[in-house]
Design a protein around this ligand. Structure first.
Ligand code: PMP
Length: 462
């Protein structure tokens, strides 16, 4: 297999200056400028595979940006959106409409708790909404000084000035400051990089208790919330132990701090359950969602809050309500499409499928690569896998950027898209990452495993 030319019958465009036009007019996301840069120009996609403008096919081991959970080319999703666009394309949620009502009810079912839902368009906005709700809620219950948020280093929560402030990766912030004030960071529960001589259990507890310490030192009546992903994803697939998550939940409850769980990547089956936090059996106060909510087909995001938080806003003062408006959030076509997306996931049991495929992939990688001199750690959470590359296994020194990139390039040349994640400033952008569509076939997964293993093994010859 590998990179195959599209052939005349594929109907794929030929270059015709496309890349020149791209370079002239289109500003990409997170892409360093290089004079000879050649971004993939994707023109077709089906299942787990994408095709570029030159007819090359790739298995999309990143589901776009971790979002195409049901895979590409689902006609029922497109049809649901098209029907709704023709019936009623837009109405704001200052009033209401049917697709939003139905989806809000459905999300309550998926969350397995008593939640009320606010809609937006992106993960960043869902988190911004959560921060505003948390602060105002604290005011409503008589804690007006509770404005701060605690997040973890290496966590990612979005690109807007509040969500970026919550983000714990310095390179994304540098040069864009000042960001929103009031966001504090603590260490991530990265047991692979725990101090020598400490048990993983003791380290996980230490990390959780750092949150408690910060709350105490800051003054417990000044902290509104803790925000965390169930598993740190963009920061390098850092999977906490049960006891860490339990301890964070205990601390938040004890100090009256809202626990905001960012399910933007971990949600919608990616983790092997409906939501990442379901794997830990905790009940968040606020859940933020985007990406897999529509499998990326249209923009839609959501902030779900426990009913008691919503009810604290049901006061009679003129400014007591949530004074937050979002023109496009909860667009009817996006909601209808999200509903179809969730129905596909239910019908095909995609969370369960992600659990199985993820476990098989993790086992396969461990079997083939566990002894490799450059492989420090292999981690997984459902169909979300990280391989931490190191210079040598004793010192755990992170592998150089060029080494990590060479594996990604080899995968690409063989027809597989993967990524790297971590923290550039800390010198740890060394975690190879894959998160293919949950609907990937067994053959897709075999291809992914083979190419990834061969690409990592090629490092032996370097
Ligand atoms: N939270 C997490 C965990 C994310 O991974 C992302 C996006 N990568 C966001 C929030 C922000 O989402 P968006 O890019 O849709 O604003």
């Amino acid at each position: 297999s590998g990179v195959e030319p599209g052939g005349a019958e594929s109907g794929v465009l030929k270059s015709d200056g496309l890349l020149e036009k791209d370079r002239r007019h289109l500003w990409h996301n997170m892409r360093p400028y290089r004079a000879n840069d050649r971004p993939l120009v994707i023109v077709e996609a089906m299942g787990s595979w994408v095709t570029d403008h030159e007819g090359n096919r790739y298995l999309d081991g990143m589901s776009g940006l971790w979002c195409v959970n049901v895979g590409y080319g689902r006609k029922e999703l497109a049809d649901a959106a098209a029907r709704q666009l023709q019936r009623m394309p837009y109405y704001p949620l200052t009033q209401s409409h049917l697709p939003a009502i139905e989806l809000a009810e459905k999300l309550g079912e998926w969350l397995e708790g008593d939640y009320v839902v606010f809609f937006a368009n992106s993960g960043s906005e869902a988190n911004e909404t959560a921060f505003k709700i948390a602060r105002q809620y604290q005011q409503h219950i008589g804690k007006p000084l509770r404005s701060k948020f605690i997040a973890r280093y290496r966590g990612y929560h979005g690109s807007s000035l509040g969500a970026l402030a919550a983000t714990g990766q310095a390179i994304r912030k540098q040069g864009y400051e000042p960001l929103a004030a009031g966001f504090l960071h603590v260490r991530p529960p990265d047991s692979y990089r725990r101090p020598e001589g400490m048990t993983a259990e003791a380290f996980q507890l230490l990390c959780a208790r750092e949150i408690e310490e910060r709350i105490i030192w800051e003054g417990e009546d000044t902290v509104a919330g803790v925000i965390m992903e169930p598993v740190i994803t963009g920061g390098g697939i850092i999977v906490p132990d049960q006891l860490y998550v339990d301890e964070v939940r205990r601390i938040c409850t004890e100090y009256g701090v809202l626990l905001i769980i960012d399910e933007v990547i971990c949600g919608f089956g990616r983790s092997g359950r409906k939501f990442g936090h379901h794997n830990y059996g905790i009940a968040p106060d606020i859940v933020t969602m985007a990406k897999g909510l529509t499998s990326g087909y249209l923009p839609l995001a959501s902030t779900a809050v426990k009913r008691e938080i919503y009810e604290a806003f049901q006061r009679t003062g003129e400014y007591d309500h949530l004074r937050h408006v979002n023109t496009f959030g909860g667009n009817p076509a996006a909601c209808a499409l999200a509903m179809a997306n969730l129905e596909v996931m239910e019908k095909e049991q995609l969370p369960q499928r992600a659990a199985r495929l993820g476990e098989e992939l993790l086992n396969g990688l461990k079997r083939e690569l566990a002894d490799h001199p450059y492989v420090g750690d292999i981690r997984g959470f459902g169909l979300l896998i990280g391989i931490e590359l190191v210079e040598d296994r004793d010192s755990r020194k992170p592998a150089a950027a060029a080494i990590v990139q060479s594996v990604i390039d080899r995968c690409r040349a063989a027809g597989l898209i993967i990524s790297k994640n971590g923290d550039t400033v800390a010198g740890m952008n060394n975690v190879l990452t894959t998160a293919p569509p949950l609907s990937s076939t067994d053959e897709d997964m075999a291809f992914l495993l083979t190419v990834l293993v061969e690409s990592v093994q090629s490092l032996r010859q370097n």
